[in-house]
Design a protein around this ligand. Sequence first.
Ligand SMILES: Cc1cc2nc3c(=O)[nH]c(=O)nc-3n(C[C@H](O)[C@H](O)[C@H](O)COP(=O)(O)OP(=O)(O)OC[C@H]3O[C@@H](n4cnc5c(N)ncnc54)[C@H](O)[C@@H]3O)c2cc1C
Length: 490
Amino acid sequence: MTTIVWLRRDLRLRDQPALQAAVQRGEPIVPLFIDSSAEEGSSARGGASRWWLHASLESLDSQLRRLGSRLILRQGPALATLLQLITEVNASAVVWNRCYEPTLIKRDQSIKAAVKAAGCEASSYNGALLREPWEVRNGSGNPYRVFTPYWRACLAQGEVAKPLGAPSKLSAPASWPKSLALEQLGLKPLIPWDQGLAARWSPGEPGAHKLLTRFTTQRVAGYIQERDFPALDATSSLSPHLAFGEVSPRQIWHAFTAPKAALKPGASGGGAAAFLRQIGWREFAYHLLFHYPQTVQEPLRPEFSAFPWEPQPGALRRWQRGQTGYPIIDAGIRELWTTGTMHNRVRMLVGSFLVKDLLIPWQEGAAWFWDTLVDADLANNTLGWQWVAGCGADAAPYFRIFNPVTQGEKFDATGAYVRRWVPELARLPNKWIQQPFAAPDAVLQQAGVVLGSTYPRAIVDHSVARDKALLAYHRMPKSKDKDSDTGLAT
Ligand SMILES: Cc1cc2nc3c(=O)[nH]c(=O)nc-3n(C[C@H](O)[C@H](O)[C@H](O)COP(=O)(O)OP(=O)(O)OC[C@H]3O[C@@H](n4cnc5c(N)ncnc54)[C@H](O)[C@@H]3O)c2cc1C
């Protein structure tokens, strides 16, 4: 008999509850990855994530081989593939770590029932979160809709379980079942647009731990002061590694020795506390996704369903290409296109610009991010977009509209970020780098900028667009729901 470990968004060996459960069963282990994207609906990975997945699976396979094991790759509907393999390897059990995306929860529940009905054990574990979404409830037994009380309740639940170690050896079956070659999954792009991604990232568990160590030893002290400045490499860059489960939040939690008191909301707990609070936002995003699964497509605040969005394919395309004429916005989009990531502060600005300056539905932005981010994560992406659109329970109020020029001047005062990603503006002086459309002709000429030719004219006048957005907002029927905690922007 064997035990199948079905790997999904948990591509690591350390702190791997499903793998540990398999080891404890004492049978030969068959590690399995199924590319079942055709049945995953809104959870199916976009282009940049598929690039990451390819490299991550490669890394996981080589780690497994060092332990005397290997990764079996299959493609197709998950249930049929599992049932087939159960027969092939005479499996007594299938174990996996839980996913929380609504389509996957439904699918996995029916898979668990069907595997058991086929006479095989099936067990799932928490390998992705500090707390299960259903473990944290408010005084009335309901899910939270505001971050600060949610996080306080999480912290009040006591110490987070210590991460599990890695197995030193994995027992192999007498003969290995057939596996597809990694290339056969077709995860890598056909047209090679991925050089920038390859230059920026090292997918896989070893890459994740390198970044975690770099953060705890070199970045954490400056995190609070520097994390909002996109030209600085001041944050952890762990998000894609978390999205693929190459590092667990429990490992991150225990990488710091911050006393719990320092983590309390309002306490000045330093960089570690501020950073772990961001991990708390990730937990909160999963809590919301689990309890309000409709929010992947629909606003949590129902009144926003009546918002007069203005879908404009031409403007959307200019935004997607980093051709809006607002340098901080274009820099963010171009950073995303080249590296598969975008700084958090700039994600907020770029998102706000799409939904408030252009009045384009937030779902369009979420879909673009989904396809282009290497850290695309349904919970975090949904929370982020509902936050910028003001339609989430715990969101920036709609009437708070970021000004892309003053935000650029505040967080990229020297224009270093813009100069890097929008090189055609690099010779503009600091005073005009965030607003070339307002620069005197002589300044533009000297910097070699021809508006409408070397760099686009502004797609909208921000102050006019702002008034229009506010008018649309004020005309919208309002609900009495007062949930809000704008801490994401702080
Ligand atoms: C419109 C929008 C869309 C977003 N889409 C995603 C997404 O698809 N995937 C994703 O991982 N993050 C998303 N974020 C959140 C955030 O921008 C990224 O997590 C962060 O920039 C990743 O960089 P880092 O790992 O260096 O973050 P750090 O500052 O080092 O934070 C550490 C970890 O905390 C978590 N975290 C940080 N900020 C947030 C946040 N605001 N919400 C939830 N978790 C957070 C992430 O897992 C991150 O890796 C989005 C934000 C916005 C505004």
